[in-house]
Structure formats: structure tokens, C-alpha cells
Design a protein around this ligand. Structure first.
Ligand code: GAL
Length: 375
């Protein structure tokens, strides 16, 4: 079964946009292995938009890789990715053209799925631009899902219609394994916050088999690359820590978008943090719920396997705030005498057993993520 847990990997779009190439993919594959990212669980290497020539081959009708960007063809790239122990991902779109105006799969679903299978693809991201007005969105995703199943390879199907048509209500039935539920992220706390808050009421639709994808992570971009923001971020590292904590708490796919080959030590340690990843990948795949809200500070909790709980306090605001946990809101009554043995996932600090309530002061954009045992 694909997508038992939220998929993990890397996608080219955030950093490279159109500037992708055979070399970019090979060096990224090398870095994913050499830096321990594959060992940490990041297994898919996905090529996003802009990989093909502007038109299909007039004779075969197939989409053809750009010969300048990929002089050895796509199978050679895929073979290299596989030789490193990674899985290989491709991109197309349900409309007539991709979002960056390359040929897309409308009316060519079965041919394209077969082409991706010939490349040895293990993953397909499927976008939603240039959809003819008369076309039915759910049917387009159903078609590509069936085309992939008929292709002879097991291919993870990653839908990307940006949350339109109430996607969460029907996408699971198409056979998709993950689905983008929001517009595109850009490298700013403001964008990450908007995406996260927009999914609070929808995260219940995410579970094994088909996960809510809040977009590729921006960790390590520091204002560079294809999805750079106009504004200057004050404190990138705090924002990246909170982004990763929120994605893990929400149990979303973890698709890295920063240039892996250039990740600094802070970002590398962050995305390899075992405690964070343990929460993201928890086998029960439960959604979080809100425990307490104080101004712009929100505390989330999530029931994990092995009688554990994850708790995340986030300050989404621009001033210092308290992150608060009221145990009654967790369902842990004061009368029970039950407490939580809390461990900070980032610093490793053991807070011992805490009862009834707990609070911490949080700087703007900062967070604290805990794994807790009932005690
Ligand atoms: C957008 C999509 C992005 C990226 C881009 C490529 O629609 O949300 O993640 O794939 O298209 O053009």
C-alpha cells in the first residue's frame, strides 16, 4: 500500500522553478543520500513543472523531455535516482497545458501515464491549470488515477488542485494518495501561517491512504529561489522551526523545497529531527485539535500511538504571547490526578510530570513541540 504514512521527499519547484536539469537532479540525489536525508525518510525526488519541450512529439503524441535540460533523456535520470535508493517523481497537469505553459495531460491521460511508467516514475504530481471550463475536476483526477493504475507500475498519485471544488470531500475516492489543499506557499512566515490556519477545520479529512498536503516546505531558502517573498523575513530560523513543527503536527507530507545541496547545519538538523518526524509519521495518523487559544497563540494536541500525546504551542503573532495548556481541554481532568510527562522535541529538555495547566512565554513566530506520556 502506498501512502500508509505521509510521503516524504524533495520537489524542485520552490528552489529551481524552470532551472532544472539532469545535473540538478543527480547532485540533489547525491546530497539526499550523503546528508542522511534518505535515512531520515525522505525517499521521493520529484521533478516539478518545466521539464519537457514546449510541444508533444508530432508522431508519437508523447510529451518529450527538454533536450537541453535533460540531454540523456528521463529514463537515465530516473535510473540514477533509483541507483541511489531513492524514488523518482514526475509532474503533469489535468488541463491542456501545465501552469508554466508546457504540454499537459488533458485527453492524453493513458498515454502520459504509460510514458511516466516507462521512465520508471514512482510518483506523479498532477496540477490543475488550463482545465477546460466544461471539464469535471473530480473526473479528471479519477481518469489519471486509473491511467496510473493501468500503467503497470505502482505510482503514488499526488493531486494538486489548490483546495478548489471542496477537494477534501471527494479526492480520497479518486485513488489519490495526497492532495494539495491550499494555494502556493512562498518563503515567508505570513504565507506559512495563512496555509496552516486555513487547514485547521479541514485536517480531519487527512488520514492514511490520502494525506492533506500543505505544499512543499520552504526550509533553507532564506529568501532565495523561485518562491521568494517580496518582504524581508526577520528571523528565518524561527519561522522554519515553526513551519516544520506545524507540518509534522498536522501529519502532512514532508516535501522539502529548499536546495538540499546547500542546507546549513541548522536546517539539516531540523528536517532530520527524529522527534518531529516521529510525530508526523505516527502510525495512527490522527489529526490535531485545538486545546487553547490566547490571542494569536494556539496550542494544538494530537493523540499518538503508544498512549502518547504531541502538544504544539505556536505564537502566530507579532508580539510575545503565552502558549498555554489547560489539561481539562485535553480531557485530562484535575480530579483524576493524571499528569503529563513532557519532553521538548527540539531541545530535548525533560520537563518532568506536569499537572492541570502549563504555560510558556513565546517570542513572535516561535513554538514549542512536546511529546508527552500520561503519568
Ligand atoms: C502550481 C503548483 C505549484 C507548482 C507550479 C508549477 O499550480 O501549485 O506547486 O507545481 O504550479 O507551475
Amino acid at each position: 500500500m502506498l501512502s500508509k504514512r505521509p510521503p516524504m521527499g524533495f520537489n524542485t519547484w520552490n528552489t529551481f522553478g524552470t532551472n532544472i536539469s539532469d545535473e540538478v537532479i543527480r547532485t540533489t540525489a547525491d546530497a539526499m543520500v550523503d546528508l542522511g536525508l534518505l535515512d531520515a525518510g525522505y525517499e521521493y525526488l520529484v521533478i516539478d513543472d518545466c521539464w519537457s519541450k514546449r510541444e508533444r512529439d508530432p508522431e508519437t503524441g508523447k510529451i518529450v523531455p527538454d533536450e537541453v535540460k535533460f540531454p540523456n533523456g528521463m529514463k537515465a535520470v530516473s535510473d540514477y535516482v533509483h541507483s541511489k535508493g531513492l524514488k523518482f517523481g514526475m509532474y503533469s497537469c489535468a488541463g491542456t497545458r501545465t501552469c508554466a505553459d508546457y504540454p499537459a495531460s488533458f485527453d492524453h491521460e493513458y498515454l502520459d501515464a504509460k510514458t511516466f511508467a516507462e521512465y520508471g516514475a514512482d510518483f506523479l504530481k498532477y496540477d490543475f491549470c488550463y482545465k477546460p471550463d466544461f471539464a469535471n475536476g473530480p473526473l479528471l483526477y479519477r481518469k489519471m488515477s486509473m491511467a496510473l493504475k493501468a500503467s503497470g507500475r505502482e505510482i503514488l498519485f499526488s493531486a494538486c488542485n489548490w483546495g478548489s471544488d471542496e477537494v477534501e470531500k471527494w479526492i480520497r475516492s479518486t485513488g489519490a494518495h495526497m492532495y494539495r489543499s491550499t494555494g502556493d506557499i512562498f518563503d515567508a512566515f505570513r504565507s506559512m501561517k495563512e496555509i496552516a490556519l486555513s487547514q485547521i477545520d479541514k485536517i480531519n479529512y487527512s488520514a492514511f491512504g490520502c494525506f492533506n498536503d500543505m505544499d512543499m516546505l520552504t526550509i533553507g531558502m532564506y529568501g532565495n529561489g523561485n518562491v521568494a517573498a517580496k518582504e524581508q523575513e526577520k528571523d528565518f530560523d524561527t519561522y522554519y522551526k515553526t513551519e516544520f513543527a506545524v507540518w509534522c503536527m498536522f501529519g502532512c507530507p514532508l516535501m522539502l523545497g529548499g536546495d538540499i545541496r546547500k542546507l546549513n547545519e541548522f536546517c539539516l538538523n531540523l528536517v532530520k529531527n527524529k522527534n518531529f518526524i516521529r510525530i508526523d509519521q505516527d502510525e495512527e495518523c490522527r489529526p490535531p485539535f485545538i486545546v487553547t487559544r490566547c490571542g494569536e497563540s494556539i496550542t494544538f494536541a494530537r493523540v499518538l500511538s503508544d498512549n502518547q500525546l504531541a502538544i504544539l504551542c505556536v505564537n502566530f503573532g507579532e508580539r510575545d504571547e503565552y502558549g498555554r495548556i489547560y489539561f481539562e481541554n485535553l480531557g485530562i481532568t484535575a480530579a483524576s490526578g493524571v499528569g503529563l510527562h513532557m519532553k521538548d522535541c527540539y531541545t530535548g529538555e525533560d520537563l518532568g510530570v506536569v499537572r492541570e495547566h502549563w504555560q510558556t512565554r513565546l517570542a513572535p513566530h516561535d513554538c514549542r513541540l512536546f511529546i508527552c506520556d500520561l503519568a
